[in-house]
Design a binder for this molecule. Sequence first.
Ligand SMILES: Cc1cc2nc3c(=O)[nH]c(=O)nc-3n(C[C@H](O)[C@H](O)[C@H](O)COP(=O)(O)O)c2cc1C
Ligand code: SF4
Length: 465
Amino acid sequence: MNASVLPPVRIRSLANANANTNTNTNTNTHANTHANANATATAAAMRLLPSEPLDHQAHRAIYGDLPRLDPGHIMAAAERSGLSGQGGAAFPAYRKMAAVREAARRARRRPVVVANGSEGEPASAKDKALLWHAPHLVLDGVALAAAAIGADRAFLAVEGGHGLRRYLVETNRQRPSSAVPVTIVEVPSRFLSGQESALVSFLDGGPALPRFQSRPVFEQGVGGDPTLVQNVETLAHLALIARHGPAWYRSGAATSLFTVRYADSTPTVVEAAPGTPLQHLTGAVSGQAILVGGYHGTWLPLEPAARSGREAGAGIRAITGDTSVSAEALGVPLGAGLLAVLPHDRCGLVETASILRYLALESAGQCGPCLNGLPRMAAAFGELARPTPRSDLQQIRDDLSRWAGLVTGRGACRHPDGTARLARSALITFAAEADAHSRGRCRACARPPMLPTATPATSQSTVTD
Ligand SMILES: Cc1cc2nc3c(=O)[nH]c(=O)nc-3n(C[C@H](O)[C@H](O)[C@H](O)COP(=O)(O)O)c2cc1C
Ligand code: SF4
């Protein structure tokens, strides 16, 4: 396996910490060694990210063969596990699978599975890390999803520029001839490429841009067939659920993947169970705010324990290093699993203005909200980010709030909604900074933005376990 084409990323696992650090008081060394080896093997079989990339033989040695399950069992396991999508919207996987299967039955067509590994979000690295390290877990998930809905073909879409396609084509060849052929496709490296109708358009020979269509992708997708688009991490979860059961998944033992970023350091993909305290994921880093979810996500104030839960406004609560990483505890969606800590020496307004500009430029400009609303919002945030004495601060704030309301729910896809969410949260979380800027003051504006607004150049990856 050639790791030299991976984007720069570190990998850390907090999975199965108990099993891994099992301390046995038994004095029988041989029995201890055996018990520890068993515990380690069991723990490894429950992880999404092995410590090194696995070929098919190594994958089977760790995870075992994929159980032969009939469609009814797979659907029941998906439903009982409560598995939800890991690509951003957290939609229940079972409901989508059932809807595709039903649409195909009604239309008398064979459905299609699309595994979404596009990861167009420049700050995110978890899907690429998963595809490099556990490609067979994802391909097992594709096989299960295809069997469950009765699909006769599948696609695995990955972002171009990382050598992933070639690697996955080789990986796919190691597998026994599957009932459902999987075609590996490289999509352009753009924020919008991973939106589900953009993927369908691209697979049908069109541009990788969201498509205007009267019927949703689950009814009319690739080649007009009902199509199940599922994030690659969601499919890897399905492969673990098939092996360990829905009760195991629901028990809280199952993990998810997060991309953790801090200042300019190399991003770390962390595997952790729900409810893990934030500081376990981010390490001993301090900061003033955290971006949760991704560029369609939410800025939250990060504060000392004494100020935990402070209402910053409009449902945004201050969090601390002790806050559990779950949508419930944070009060906001986890989106695509990005956790970006903003250090004290950076400006959240500069950071947000840079992201908004990027999102406005990335939009296809096909609908009103993206054509008019997003560029205006980006320009207004650019003004807020500039420390200069001004008397029109309240006007800029009012304009931004109004535009955020106007674009939400008005596009052919959710790009404007996500962009508006980010802008609204920044207005609240960085309200004091906006006041200071309007008096011409800023402690941190000299530094360039830390969050990337283009796909990083490829280079070496490091694994730390
Ligand atoms: C602008 C935009 C970009 C998106 N990019 C991605 C992406 O890169 N990867 C992804 O899995 N989902 C992405 N999504 C979500 C997909 O449209 C789709 O909901 C998802 O792949 C479904 O998988 P899941 O239910 O397993 O999360 C994007 C959505 C929008 C609106
Ligand atoms: S809302 Fe924006 S990104 Fe989505 S389809 Fe319309 S123009 Fe394109």
